[in-house]
Design a protein around this ligand. Structure first.
Ligand SMILES: *Cc1c(COP(=O)(O)O)cnc(C)c1O
Length: 354
């Protein structure tokens, strides 16, 4: 058992079986084999199959491996946006960062910020023919875009390509992959894995689009990644240990609908729990936009500071507030790897404050 109980929303608590899987990885020899070998190719193929089955990813979608969600932002900017540009819809720090990274690499970027309490009004969106960029779960402020809303956006803009940052929801929340063309996430959040690996998942339309743009100036050009992946290969020596652990952890998980159901019932119980407090409240008042996987809570900065220090004395790690929200919020991850008994310990601590 790890000494500390982490509720940090990334890097976050890793699955308890990770140490065993690490030893298995060493013993199988996969860590010492060339990544052009058949053994590695089999691992890649098998991992894609497991991901599709457990996360309900359509058969026709392609899964590629990268090193981080940040790298995915750049890959999309380099290889998938093209001349028509991108349209960034966001209400928090990660969506805004995505915009800034894209703006540094492309010249035709538009933004549509919205309020954290706003249930995004689709009628106000004016993407033209641009690629629409959405952050499904905004880790910085604990908000999410619902599946219903994603369906609506898809319906109203059927011709636009849609890219979705699902870094802190993929493998926790049931995502309807058909509602967008490019999905990406790093694995140190809901997957319950060590950092240094991310997935980018593309619809047939996104793959065709990347082929037609044929951007070829980077080692991680999307088309280059795709051509390699057609032969179960990667453009560079990948994070083999990370891929091995991903394979084992996802294989050991229940199907995503069950995992999501469990997180929803935990969310309900956390909501009841915090409703009893008069000095801690959810940052976001509008219940319908609150995240299923990351809770942002607001309070007086003095109380937050005290809670964080006292929690650490008990080996409990709370998530700091993010960016501008550092002082007046803290965050609690509602990720699948967290155990029931750990939640109980945190609730007791928050109630007794000692
Ligand atoms: C954590 C996070 C990122 C950044 O992930 P890296 O793996 O550090 O690049 C991007 N977007 C969201 C929504 C995140 O939660």
């Amino acid at each position: 058992m790890s000494r500390v109980i982490s509720f940090y929303p990334g890097p976050s608590r890793v699955e308890s079986k990770v140490p065993d899987y690490m030893i298995d990885a060493y013993k199988t020899g996969i860590l010492s084999i060339n990544h052009r070998s058949q053994a590695f190719m089999n691992l890649l193929e098998d991992t894609c199959e497991i991901l599709k089955k457990k996360l309900n990813i359509p058969e026709s979608y392609e899964i590629y491996y990268t090193s981080s969600a940040t790298e995915c932002w750049e890959i999309i900017a380099q290889s998938a946006i093209g001349t028509s540009g991108s349209y960034h819809v966001y209400n928090g720090a990660f969506g805004e960062k995505w915009l800034h990274y894209t703006r540094a690499l492309t010249s035709n970027c538009l933004q549509h910020p919205f309020d954290i309490n706003e249930k995004l009004n689709v009628k106000n969106l004016k993407p033209g023919d641009k690629l629409i960029c959405l952050t499904q779960n905004e880790t910085s402020n604990g908000t999410q875009i619902s599946e219903k809303l994603l369906r609506k956006i898809r319906k109203i803009f059927p011709d636009n390509l849609i890219a979705i940052d699902a870094s802190s929801s993929m493998a926790g929340v049931h995502l309807d992959f058909n509602q967008a063309d490019i999905w990406f996430a790093s694995v140190q959040k809901c997957f319950g894995l060590p950092s240094g690996l991310a997935l980018i998942i593309c619809s047939p339309r996104a793959v065709e689009h990347a082929k037609s743009i044929a951007e070829n100036r980077h080692y991680n050009s999307l088309k280059r990644i795709k051509v390699n992946m057609d032969n179960w290969q990667t453009t560079n020596t990948p994070n083999i240990l990370g891929i091995y652990l991903l394979n084992r952890v996802v294989n050991n998980r229940k199907t995503i609908k069950k995992v999501h159901g469990e997180l929803l019932s935990r969310k309900k119980s956390w909501t009841t729990f915090f409703n009893k407090f008069d000095d801690i409240d959810f940052l976001v008042d509008n219940k319908s936009v609150r995240s299923d996987t990351v809770f942002a809570l607001k309070s007086e900065s003095k109380l937050i500071e005290m809670l964080k220090i006292k929690a650490l004395e008990k080996d409990i790690v709370l998530g700091n507030g993010y960016g501008r929200l550092t002082e007046n919020t803290f965050r609690i991850a509602n990720f699948p790897a967290i155990k029931k008994k750990e939640i109980k310990i945190l609730k007791t601590f928050l109630r007794t404050r000692k």
